[in-house]
Design a protein around this ligand. Sequence first.
Ligand code: IDP
Ligand code: MG
Length: 141
Amino acid sequence: MTEERSLILVKPDGVLNGHIGEVITRIENRRYQIKALKVVNASKEQLAEHYNQLVDKPFYPSIEEFMQSGPIVAMIVSGKNIVETFRKMAGATNPSDALIGTIRGDFAREWDKGSIQNVVHSSDSIESAEREIKIWFPEEK
Ligand code: IDP
Ligand code: MG
């Protein structure tokens, strides 16, 4: 069986506020493996694919604007239970609900300006991880 993978993004707020290293440190501390990593400027097409379940929502333009406000860091990370465990490490979607000790609880700074700026994305299932990996790493098998 191939190892479980997740697609993790450090969103523009995480990059701008200097939290790339912190996110990577937390991944490494859990002994997960970074299989691929790059800095990218997200295109509208990539974002519409990535957020295909939100693209028709009234707030989608605020997500698009936020996600194009600066570079992001995309990673493929693998390890046992990575999808479920990293979701716990990231914390709740809305940073005001995210517990201290989670990435969002510790580092999210702005979440009342239309878009929810919450530092990281991580895949919510093994299936969505494989789907999202194709969007950000089309060169990967
Ligand atoms: P998740 O990132 O915790 O998986 P999702 O519900 O999949 O949460 O939403 C994806 C992203 O879209 C969120 O992380 C957040 O940045 C943004 N988002 C979700 N719901 C809203 C909303 O109601 N207003 C603005 N942005 C939202
Ligand atoms: Mg999600």
